[in-house]
Design a protein around this ligand. Structure first.
Ligand SMILES: [Zn+2]
Length: 478
């Protein structure tokens, strides 16, 4: 399956597939040249249209196979950590980029790494690490045939996607019930909608979860949507960590969360990161992760469980977690005029609540937070913005010194903040101007936290990168 005797593995396929690859490479170069974007989706779109069987062919190329990362929140960071673990283990990850997590994005990642002749250099050292959109996964799994499929969580996304949670879970179940031989499932034990997938396929299962009940929430959040057991009863919880994630059980039929194989204990949530004990089968590591929030613990656990499932050494996992830089727009930091600007992507109620909790844990001494909150309603953000009413913005009461509000739906967000008992300092729909004003209102030496929906995050990141000289995203090495 690997190598063709020349040190690189190539497409055994037809002229049609090679032709598709060549045309796709041209499309990628053309898009980059036109500066319309990173050229991350179009090449794949061209290639898959020309050769529908391409993904099956490509999936055989990486010598160490592939792993998929799926779930509502945390895909990009988890894939980023998994790639780092693979690199630390001496492998060369082949990864798609955030925002290109449909089939064509995966094909584009291959196209970008391959030679014009259709060969994948150093294929024997390659591991595919692909984040895959929740709805695209059933189509991708049977053709990519990864070695491991990692499932993070299943939250209700924006309200305009309400009702999709059940159909997504059914779609995953169907794909796994099919021919999933040889596939290892990596599952979040704390999410009952994810944990139940263990029954769908016959292969190996590696579970992960949080074992420290001291970091549990006092109560259930606004955003927590009720989850029902297969028997029809509502789950009860001994501890709730984020939304519906926690130590769940069904009192009607006795189904309950199982003790995870990979877990976090003695979790300490700090302002700039988290510390915890990472328990792997037969080994425990002390981890200091430079990413804040309990959601970061889940992402780290998922990456560690995934790396363990792929047989990567514990030293590589430790190295990846300790040296974890932020993924694109996820807690990325920029230094501007002596202020520390931190980008936080907030795209749904569960994710927003987790960021808000991260901002106020440990409790800052009085109103010291400086915030720029941006709400856009582009297609990539979700057109329906009423999900902000499911976000616990009340958590910011008494904590925020200044809040600047921006985005195409700045007025709605400002109203929501006022209803939460907060007083925006300024409402400025124009994003670049809002960023300038927010920086001015942040005292030198202090931090400006930017909470932004997806399209706003991309635009702000580009503005900040231009100022500070960080390479544009598509210029970054995978
Ligand atoms: Zn039940």
């Amino acid at each position: 399956m690997i190598g063709d005797g020349s040190g690189a593995s190539g497409l055994a396929g037809s002229l049609r597939e090679r032709g598709a690859l060549l045309l796709a490479r041209g499309a990628g170069a053309a898009t980059r040249w036109l500066r319309r974007g990173g050229g991350t989706a179009l090449p794949g779109l061209v290639a898959t249209a020309l050769a529908p069987a391409l993904l099956e062919e490509l999936g055989r190329l990486p010598g160490h196979g592939s792993v998929t990362v799926t779930g509502t929140n945390g895909k990009t960071t988890t894939a980023h950590l998994l790639s780092a673990a693979a690199r630390a283990a001496g492998l060369q990850p082949l990864a798609n980029h955030s925002g290109s997590n449909l089939e064509r994005g995966i094909v584009s990642a291959f196209v970008a790494a391959m030679t014009a002749g259709g060969r994948l250099p150093v294929a024997f050292r390659r591991l595919g690490v692909f984040e895959v959109d929740e709805a695209a996964l059933p189509g991708v799994l049977p053709r990519l045939r990864p070695r491991a499929a990692l499932f993070l969580n299943l939250f209700r996304d924006q309200l305009d996607r309400y009702g999709e949670v059940d159909s997504l879970a059914e779609g995953w179940w169907g794909a796994l019930e099919g021919d999933a031989s040889g596939l290892t499932l990596v599952l979040n034990a704390d999410d009952p909608s994810i944990a139940r997938l263990a029954g769908a396929a016959g292969g190996e299962v590696v579970t992960f979860g949080v074992e420290d009940c001291d970091v549990a929430l006092a109560g259930v959040e606004h955003a927590a949507d009720a989850r029902f057991c297969d028997c029809g009863a509502l789950y009860a919880y001994d501890a709730v960590f984020i939304g519906h994630l926690g130590h769940w059980r069904c009192d009607a039929c006795g189904r309950r969360r199982e003790t995870p194989a990979v877990s976090a204990r003695a979790v300490e949530l700090l302002a700039d990161g988290v510390r915890f004990e990472l328990a792997l089968p037969g080994e425990t590591l002390a981890v200091a992760l430079p990413l804040a929030g309990l959601h970061s613990v889940y992402n780290a656990l998922a990456a560690a469980a995934g790396a363990h499932a792929l047989g990567l050494p514990v030293t590589a996992i430790a190295h990846a977690l300790e040296g974890a830089g932020p993924a694109f727009g996820r807690q990325e930091r920029f230094r501007v005029y002596d202020r520390d600007v931190r980008l936080l992507l907030a795209k749904n109620p569960a994710g927003m609540n987790e960021l808000l909790r991260t901002l106020v844990t440990p409790a800052p001494p009085g109103p010291v937070l400086h915030l720029l909150a941006v709400l856009n309603d582009g297609v990539a953000d979700g057109r329906d913005v009423s999900w902000i009413y499911d976000a616990d913005l009340e958590l910011l009461q008494g904590r925020a010194a200044t809040i600047v509000v921006s985005g195409t739906r700045a007025d709605e967000l400002a109203l929501r903040l006022v209803l939460a008992g907060l007083e925006p300092a300024l409402v400025e729909p124009h994003l670049a101007s809002a960023l300038e004003r927010a920086i001015e209102l942040t005292p030198p030496g202090a931090r400006l936290d930017v909470l932004a929906t997806y399209t706003a995050m991309v635009e702000l990141r580009e503005a900040l990168a231009n100022r500070t000289g960080v390479a544009p995203y598509w210029g970054a090495a995978s």
